[in-house]
Design a protein around this ligand. Structure first.
Ligand code: GA4
Length: 346
């Protein structure tokens, strides 16, 4: 359990309206990776939600709990100690501020890169334990990346793409621009006092992830919500033992030829894979701790519809660009912006 004092450092609270209408439903697809129908279910879930839950994922519970306890130790440190590992430009500890363009949330976090020199990034707040932290993180990332590749290969199979590793090779590339994030959402005492007239505090504002795929797990505290095609929000019941998978912008792009008319986001939802809008609401009583691996391509990789998925005479709806260019534009945007819009041809 994270200490109560960690919540007191926050001075500002941001509310959003109309959260009372959000319902918690059982509609989120569950994919059992050990079952033969997994590939079909994955494609279906990516089309319908851009989101699904994975069970029998093969990531050892030990790797998960070890990293989780390192994370709890870190976030339980006094504020001035944690700040020593910041600011998160581009990697390190961040508190409340998200990105560089004015977004804030009821969250503190660590943005990390695999195989990074944690001593040089002042994560030496871990002191003697830096090496341990590095090992625990590496074990976790290796296991989670393996699961991610398995999912991406099943996805390629489900799409009848001959080259099974067409997506997974991007994560396996030694230049892969992947990153890792630990998020701690402290309980918000104010929200526990009364129901704030159904208002909620934003932990992490709505957005899509720019990368290919995001692999998330959390403790048993709720908060995550996803946006459906009809633009309603649903809560994702937390599940300590499962992973949650988000389709990112880059994966949506590789499938653009399936999208409908250009320019109308509603029409885009007739398309193939959805880059899912999601957000996290703060909780009145419990700490939420989540860990997310963002699988990205090498910076020089072209983001474009896969030729093998293009029909004859079909043209791409998007300008051709590299992951470097897309990422640069994404990092210059606000969290809630529609980032793909900048790259539409018409
Ligand atoms: C969303 C996905 C990842 O958490 C992240 C985020 C990044 C950040 O926190 O610095 C961004 C956000 C994310 C997209 C738009 C820009 C950049 C904050 C923001 C306002 C690390 C990422 O790669 O893009």
């Amino acid at each position: 359990v994270l200490s109560k004092q960690t919540t007191e450092q926050y001075a500002y609270i941001r509310h959003c309206n109309k959260t009372s209408a959000f319902s918690s439903t059982g509609i989120i697809p569950v994919v059992d990776l050990s079952k033969p129908e997994a590939k079909t279910l994955i494609v279906k879930a990516c089309e319908e939600f851009g989101f699904f839950k994975v069970i029998n994922h093969g990531v050892p519970m030990e790797a998960i709990s070890k990293l989780e306890s390192e994370a709890i130790n870190f976030f339980s440190l006094p504020n001035n100690q944690k700040e020593k590992a910041g600011p998160p430009n581009p990697f390190g500890y961040g508190n409340k501020k998200i990105g560089e363009n004015g977004d804030v949330g009821w969250v503190e976090y660590l943005l990390l890169k695999n195989n990074q020199d944690y001593n040089s990034m002042r994560l030496s707040v871990f002191g003697q334990t830096t090496d341990k932290f590095r090992n625990v993180l590496n074990d976790y990332i290796c296991a989670v990346r393996k699961m991610g590749c398995e999912i991406l290969e099943l996805m390629a199979e489900g799409l009848n793409i001959e080259e099974k590793n067409v997506f997974s090779k991007l994560l396996m590339d030694k230049e892969s621009d992947s990153l890792f994030r630990l998020n701690h959402y402290p309980p918000c005492p104010e929200m526990a006092l009364d129901n704030k007239n159904g208002e909620n505090l934003v932990g992490f504002g709505e957005h899509t992830d720019p990368q290919i795929i995001s692999l998330l797990r959390s403790n048993n505290t709720s908060g995550l919500q996803i946006c459906l095609k009809d633009r309603s929000w649903v809560s994702v019941p937390p599940d300590y033992n499962s992973f949650f998978i988000n389709v990112g912008d880059s994966l949506q792009l590789s499938n653009v030829q399936y999208l409908g008319l250009v320019g109308d986001p509603q029409v885009m939802t007739n398309g193939r894979f959805r880059s899912v809008r999601h957000r996290v609401l703060a909780n009145g009583f419990d700490s939420r701790l989540s860990m997310i691996y963002f699988g990205g391509p090498p910076l020089s990789e072209k983001i474009a519809p896969l030729p093998c998925l293009m029909k004859e005479n079909e043209e791409s709806l998007y300008k051709e660009f590299t992951w470097f260019e897309y990422k640069k534009s994404a990092y210059a945007s606000r969290l809630a912006d529609n980032r793909l819009g900048h790259f539409e041809i018409f």
